[in-house]
Design a protein around this ligand. Structure first.
Ligand SMILES: NCc1[nH]cc(CCC(=O)O)c1CC(=O)O
Length: 312
């Protein structure tokens, strides 16, 4: 006998952070629609990003786009799951027309944390200290302040990285406060970094829900979970990133504030060594137009060949 179809099927990665996020979405869906949590299934997928993690391969080597989402996207489009739950910053710009990031939960702390068992802040690290990060944005921002730092590759889920820190693989690292908070590991942050020196990744700290664009039932189902101010901020930051080509080889930071429906978006692009920075800022009410404006301003400042010049 075939069991009845569940109310909804959620697709997620299997890391503790991804599972915590999927369970949060399940409980919110359950409350919003008055259905039991056991009627909302969580399906776990291993993505290319997860599989390459053990080998400590850098993400830029794998080649980026959707490396943490591809298998879930495919399951969504083929109808194996109905809702993909993602860290929005891991979702590529330029999604296929058949799928959409339809809702965003209220954004967590957008900032990065500094973590070290040896120094109270980045300025206190000894000359040439090992700075663990596989994020080209974090590496460039750290090198901008401390060109002497020795950047070492640092991948794996949050707990793996905390263990590597304890093992002395690096003297310090940066992690998103959002991830630490969602895992109940807030206390692991040595200090929280200011957004001017450490502008977060576009869309950092926001859980995004992907659904099939034409599937009215699930569009309606996730709608009550959408937090409009977060949605607007993420839309602006993703529009900016799309203009910059969304290359994961490009250090990009973004930070949006919202006040009474007006967004202010700050963006920056950096050279890999952190020694060149371009910044732009604008305000407006239309997230898409605002993001495109700031993105184009950054491209104009840097010149059309900036990618090639800096990445050569
Ligand atoms: N690529 C890993 C990743 N994707 C999203 C988060 C943090 C959670 C978030 O931004 O919502 C992290 C870990 C980190 O950067 O520390």
């Amino acid at each position: 006998m075939q069991s009845p179809a569940p109310f909804a099927r959620i697709g997620t990665r299997g890391s503790p952070l991804a599972l915590a996020q999927a369970k949060l979405v399940r409980s919110l869906l359950s409350a919003a629609h008055g259905v039991g949590e056991d009627d909302i299934h969580i399906e776990v997928f291993s993505t290319g990003g997860d599989r390459s993690q053990d080998a400590n391969v850098s993400l830029s080597t794998i080649g980026g786009k959707g490396v943490f989402t591809k298998e879930i996207d495919e399951a969504l489009l083929s109808g194996r799951v109905d809702i993909g739950v993602h860290s929005s910053k891991d979702v590529a710009t330029g999604l296929p027309a058949e799928m959409a990031l339809a809702a965003f939960l209220e954004r967590e702390d957008v900032r990065d944390a500094f973590l070290s068992l040896k120094a109270a802040g980045i300025d206190r690290l000894p000359e040439g200290a090992k700075f663990g990060t596989s994020s080209i944005r974090r590496a460039a921002q750290a090198l901008r302040l401390r060109p002497d730092l020795n950047i070492v590759p640092f991948r794996g889920n949050v707990h793996t990285r905390l263990q590597k820190l304890a093992d002395g693989v690096a003297d310090a690292t940066l992690l998103a406060m959002a991830g630490l908070n969602r895992l109940g590991e807030t206390h692991r942050a040595t200090s929280i970094l200011d957004v001017d020196n450490f502008m977060p990744a576009p869309a950092q700290g926001a859980i995004g829900l992907a659904v099939r664009s034409g599937d009215r039932r699930f569009l309606d189902l996730v709608a009550p979970l959408d937090h409009a101010p977060t949605h607007a901020r993420i839309a602006a930051e993703r529009a900016m990133l799309a203009v910059l080509d969304g290359s994961c080889r490009t250090p990009v930071g973004a930070w949006t504030q919202e006040q009474a429906g007006t967004l202010t978006l700050k963006g920056e692009i950096l050279s890999l060594d952190g020694q060149t920075t371009f910044r732009a800022e604008a305000s407006g009410g239309d997230p898409q137009a605002l993001g495109e404006k700031v993105g184009k301003d950054l491209l104009d400042q840097a010149g059309p060949d900036w990618l090639e010049q800096w990445m050569a």
